[in-house]
Design a protein around this ligand. Structure first.
Ligand code: FAD
Ligand code: NAI
Length: 483
């Protein structure tokens, strides 16, 4: 007889594994199907999806190592610390990254065990429905030891994530021309690194290899830099990345022919400002966005509806067009962020359990882990302008913050936008050291519907970077105390 579950999750990334665990916590029988072995040394299926294996976690590990190298080379000296001949051992750096990934992915296996979530290794595919139960085939890859079985579930949560978008005529081999997977596993610092796309991956991974010594050229199709960020932040970031850090970022570029040379190099022809250019590099990263992944999911077998961009169509609570079939994470509309997928996973399982699952999409934070970090929540100034909202601004530079001075890192600012009439906080934009952590205060405040006055009246520890948030709130009312 087929195994039967209350909740069956297809995909073990952040959206999926969190949903499976929460379902079990809520007393539902829960299983998770995962297909990918990623780079597991034993060839076992690995949980954690893109985020843990080839995304958030390995990229942040490399960002940390490369930032320390950068500091040892350039920042220690201001503290009177002299180091000669600082070297980077790429193999050790990569081993450290792989260990962190291994620790976290096996940690999720442990969490599954502890919560009694059944892991079903293999590829999940809708095959039909029998009365109240969806029937899903779980199949091993051809040649693998895993056979094929049909399992049944009352509720199915699709969390199949996304895959990198590749460009026609640019063959990604993950050796010379790489997407995120290859770009996180270079075995040496490339002398010349080309990057197509000045988005989040391009900037984060471009920064890693620039700090380690590569000459980095980024080619971006759009005429504007970081168009989704608040323009004051984008302007500051442009200045720091191009002038201070030496990232060579070209905007408004049209990519032409890309060819592999005989010596393992790559040549990119591109147009900009009506001129044709050629970029020679030793490695090329293609980071031009990601696509929702539904291949082999059997959507047609059951009539699961996709939207015009190939994402699974869902309502505001992640319900698909099929009864008791839900979808979360990168495979549905919205920002492709791990924490957004996790929150959706929790919301859906709580709804299944009859609770009031909820997610506030207006307060999903964004972080770009460059140095300085960039983080924001809520509306940008340009969005408020285009929506005709009357707002007030409070902006405080880290140069006016004692802790930032002590840390020797005063780049950037905190910018708070509040409704001119009600004073409710509408957006907070940070560029600076630790912006990723500082933004959490703004998220909490906005989730609780706080005004700038609320933050202004809260005692912030001294000396901390968070005082810049406090001062920005005071500055909304033009009563900043330290600037
Ligand atoms: P995924 O993580 O893509 O997981 C989906 C899983 O489903 C995969 O493991 C896949 O093998 C499996 N699967 C697919 N189809 C099937 C099937 N039919 N049967 C069985 N299994 C299947 N986000 C952040 O919030 N912060 C960051 O710092 C960050 N950094 C990133 C850095 C990089 C380089 C990249 C590429 C992404 C980064 N992201 C980051 C984005 C983040 O990784 C994704 O938003 C997140 O992984 C999405 O989670 P998910 O569960 O929806 O999908
Ligand atoms: P992205 O959407 O952030 O950036 C892609 C960039 O490529 C855009 O600026 C786009 O204009 C440009 N582009 C598109 N086609 C092009 C072309 N033909 N030629 C030149 N440029 C072109 O996507 P990216 O960087 O690939 O990352 C994918 C997603 O992964 C992100 O959108 C984000 O959701 C997630 N991510 C999140 C991170 C974080 O939270 N810190 C870190 C890395 C990725």
């Amino acid at each position: 007889m087929a195994k039967k579950f209350d909740v069956l999750v297809i995909g073990g990334g952040p959206g999926g594994y969190v949903a499976a665990i929460r379902a079990a916590q809520l007393g539902l029988s829960s299983a998770c199907i995962e297909a990918q072995a990623y780079a597991d040394p034993k060839g076992e299926v690995r949980l954690g999806g893109t985020c843990l294996n080839v995304g958030c976690i390995p990229s942040k590990a490399l960002l940390q190592s490369s930032e320390l190298f950068e500091q040892a080379n350039h920042s220690f000296v201001m503290h009177g610390i002299g180091l000669d001949n600082v070297k980077i051992d790429v193999a050790t750096m990569m081993r450290r990254k792989d260990n962190i990934v291994g620790q976290l992915t096996s940690g999720i296996r442990g969490l599954f065990k502890k919560n009694k979530v059944v892991l079903l290794p293999g590829h999940g595919k809708f095959v039909g429905r029998d009365e109240d139960y969806w029937q899903i085939e779980v199949a091993g890859a051809s040649g693998s030891k895993i056979g094929s079985e049909i399992v049944e579930a009352r509720h199915v949560i699709v969390a199949t994530g996304s895959v990198p978008r590749h460009l026609p005529g640019i063959p990604v081999d993950n050796k010379v021309i790489c997407d995120n997977a290859g770009a996180l596993a270079f075995d040496a610092v490339p002398k010349r690194l080309g990057v197509i796309g000045a988005g989040v991956i391009g900037l984060e991974l471009g920064s890693v290899w620039k700090r380690l010594g590569s000459e980095v050229t980024i080619l971006e199709a759009l005429p504007d830099f970081l168009a989704a960020a608040d323009q004051a932040v984008a302007k500051e970031a442009w200045k720091v990345f191009t002038q201070r850090q030496g990232l060579n970022i070209n905007l408004g570029v049209k990519i032409g022919k890309v060819s592999l040379g005989r010596r393992g190099t790559v040549t990119v022809e591109y147009e900009a400002n009506d001129e044709t250019y050629t970029l020679e590099c030793d490695k090329l990263i293609v980071s031009v966005g990601r696509l929702p992944y539904t291949e082999g999911l059997g959507c047609d077998n059951v009539g699961l509806q996709l939207d015009e961009r190939g994402r699974i169509a869902v309502d505001g609570q992640c319900r698909t067009n099929l009864e008791n079939v839900w979808a979360v994470g990168d495979v549905v509309p919205g920002p492709m962020l791990a924490h957004k997928g996790m929150e959706e996973g929790v919301m859906v399982t709580e709804l299944i359990a009859g609770q009031a699952g909820h997610i506030d999409y207006n307060t999903v934070p964004w972080v770009i882990y460059t140095h300085p970090e960039i983080a924001w929540v809520g509306k940008t100034e340009q969005q408020l302008k285009s929506e005709g909202v009357d707002y007030r601004i409070g902006q405080i530079p880290f140069a006016a913050n004692g802790r930032a001075l002590g840390q020797g890192d005063t780049t950037g600012f905190v910018k708070m936008l509040a409704d001119a009439k009600t004073d409710r906080i509408l957006g907070v934009h940070i560029i600076g050291n630790n912006a990723s952590e500082l933004v959490a205060e703004a998220v909490v405040a906005m989730d609780f519907g706080a005004s700038s006055e609320d933050i202004a009246r809260i005692c912030h520890a001294h000396p901390t970077l968070s005082e810049a948030m406090h001062e920005a709130a005071l500055a909304v009312d033009k009563r900043s105390l330290h600037f």
